[in-house]
Design a protein around this ligand. Sequence first.
Ligand SMILES: NC(=O)c1ccc[n+]([C@@H]2O[C@H](COP(=O)([O-])OP(=O)(O)OC[C@H]3O[C@@H](n4cnc5c(N)ncnc54)[C@H](OP(=O)(O)O)[C@@H]3O)[C@@H](O)[C@H]2O)c1
Length: 319
Amino acid sequence: MTAKRIIVIGGTGFVGGHLVHRLAALGHRVSVLTRRPERHRDFRIGAKVQLLQGNPYDPAQLADVFAGHDCVVNLVGILNESGRNTFSRAHVDLPRSVVRGMRDASVSRLLHMSALNADVNETHGRYLKTKGEGENLVHQSPGVEVTSFRPSVIFGPGDSFLRRFASLLRALPGPVFPLACADARFAPVYVGDVVTAFVYALEHPATAGQRLDLCGPREYRLGELVEFTAALIGRRTRVLGLPDFAARLQGRIMGWLPGKPFTLDNYYSLKKDSVCGQSALVKMGVAPSSVEAMAPLYLGTNASRARYDEYRSRARRAS
Ligand SMILES: NC(=O)c1ccc[n+]([C@@H]2O[C@H](COP(=O)([O-])OP(=O)(O)OC[C@H]3O[C@@H](n4cnc5c(N)ncnc54)[C@H](OP(=O)(O)O)[C@@H]3O)[C@@H](O)[C@H]2O)c1
């Protein structure tokens, strides 16, 4: 494929780091728009990548930086609100600025990151509702050829999912891990496969107008993933699923703590199983990578490998 000029917003985060790296390796020229370039001085992925400073909420600034690019990628998303950083602002106002900026810069191709279960009709969860509003907004924008991506939880090097459980488990004083929504179901998708889906859409303009659900090859309960992580880091931990009222209360209380480790909105997101009918990856000819295959490569240590193998054979015997 001929090299393209691609601009990524929200490209300094977990998914962005992997995506920008792959795009540059494929020979594309990538601009990464960040609000704070001074925080990303280590974000040097070679001569094909440049960091640009800008306000992604200002359509006029966006039009200036979009000019001359073939494609815009929007990866901005937040899991928790703080101050004026609300879900509506990040998930609806920002995509609105993006499509305005694209129109003024005469750029038509957009790859937009949404989330599985994003839905304007969601009654409680603001994350999922606003993600749904942003997704509809970009798809309904005249002149914008958009493909949107709706992944289940994404895992891989640098994730804040399995790695967060790993650090909580390491800090746990006892063998029991009390867990909210332990029965919530996920089909975690590997970050490398998510990146492959973006590249596929870039190379297949016919995906414009499509909303692509992205899932990994297997479904798990949240509790199962935590036990798996524990085994991987060499801990013998038993998950204790909290009753629903306690999970809800935990969301209320922990939402007030610094860093908001768990919020009521997170609780509402977990009330919906994050699994696909059919993952778009399969239609693209991608065999999605499993948690079992990839997580040991970035979470485990040699010392915990034996404990992990023991866990796997116990799980196999039980199934
Ligand atoms: N990770 C997952 O499991 C998962 C699952 C489903 C969907 N998603 C979606 O995938 C996208 C990427 O996720 P990620 O895990 O890579 O996120 P991330 O690591 O938090 O990175 C997001 C980037 O967005 C920018 N950003 C953050 N808050 C912002 C705000 N309030 N306004 C404007 N820009 C802001 C930041 O860039 P600068 O500070 O450089 O501007 C940040 O590097 C998000 O839209 C997320 O909702 C993620």
